[in-house]
Design a protein around this ligand. Structure first.
Ligand SMILES: [Zn+2]
Length: 320
């Protein structure tokens, strides 16, 4: 989510000004293909070149099984210490494929265990421009499907798709630690891996009626330990390709509440971006608090499409 918690600013008022793209996209919804053509028109996507390059639609995806209530149990292993830092889950190197030699880091937002570790995740960390909490619990649908479950599921699907293309894929967390990692560590994992691309996967927690996805790009930051100046350009290239491919793969329109209809938003307040030294973006796949978006986010078949769209954007970016 991008409105609550340490890594995100408080809710910002919906922008009143609508750009021409917003109007165009709104007029075309649910004409997803046409929405994608809007991207083509503005040069935001070369999706056609890589369409179908990543995996195949999965008709066998498991359907979602949203919880009926938010998790409340306390785990017996609460005292367990977090895994040592910089110990990301690493895939076996792929032998062949167009992404052979490329390293992709997938950062599943939040952690299913964060809600049991509020003291730890509220600890302040340095993000260059200022300090922020280590991590947040994330949001959930009204029926209790947690964002942290969503992000891990999409990350797993992406890992499978990208490994099939020959990429070496690392996850910043795989539900294998009690909480976190903190946002600064999430950035360091991508940096230490010398990743060619990093994507942080999220879903938003905005007001009902706010719908659609957006990709968050790093703005130019040069303060303290943060220096994004070298990654602003390539990250935008990565983000534009993901946005275009996301529209095409999912049929979802870009956000109707942020980004003026472009599906792109630039921020300088996110530690995970500020501290990155490699191309990195966040993807907010939809709004969990909107019931129509939630119906998509809780669908395994839709999550497969989302994973394909993001992955195809990555492939497009890395193949140049
Ligand atoms: Zn989030």
């Amino acid at each position: 989510m991008s409105y609550v918690g340490p890594d995100f600013e408080p809710p910002r008022p919906r922008r009143s000004r609508r750009g021409p793209l917003t109007v165009a996209v709104a007029a075309l919804v649910p004409g997803a293909l046409l929405g994608w053509l809007v991207y083509e028109a503005v040069g935001g996507s070369d999706a056609g070149a890589s369409a179908g390059a990543v995996g195949t639609p999965s008709s066998s995806s498991a359907s979602a099984s949203p919880r009926t209530s938010a998790p409340t149990s306390s785990a017996p292993d609460d005292a367990k210490q977090p895994a040592p830092s910089a110990a990301p889950t690493t895939s076996a190197p792929a032998a062949t494929g167009p992404l052979k030699g490329k390293v992709v880091v997938i950062d599943p937002g939040h952690n299913p265990g964060n809600f049991r570790h509020t003291a730890e995740i509220n600890r302040k960390v340095d993000i260059g421009t200022n300090t922020k909490e280590c991590d947040t619990t994330g949001t959930a649908t009204n029926s209790g499907y947690a964002e942290a479950e969503f992000t891990l599921d999409v990350a797993h699907r992406m890992r499978t798709l990208l490994q099939a293309q020959g990429a070496t894929v690392k996850l910043t967390q795989d539900g294998d630690r009690p909480y976190g990692p903190c946002v600064d560590e999430r950035a360091r994992i991508g940096n230490a891996a010398h990743a060619d691309a990093v994507v942080s996967v999220h879903a938003d927690g905005s007001a009902a009626g706010n719908r659609g996805f957006h990709v968050i790009l790093p703005g130019s930051v040069h303060a303290g330990a943060a220096d994004t100046r070298a990654i602003v350009g390539p990250s935008r290239g990565l983000g534009e390709r993901i946005a275009g491919n996301f529209v095409r793969a999912t049929g979802s329109a870009p956000s109707n509440y942020i980004g003026d209809g472009t599906g792109l938003d630039t921020r300088t307040d996110l530690g995970g971006l500020n501290l990155s030294t490699v191309p990195k973006v966040f993807v907010e796949c939809g709004n969990m608090r909107d019931n129509k978006d939630a119906a998509l986010l809780t669908s395994g078949a839709w999550r497969q499409k989302a994973a394909q769209g993001i992955s195809e954007g990555i492939v497009s970016f890395l193949r140049g």
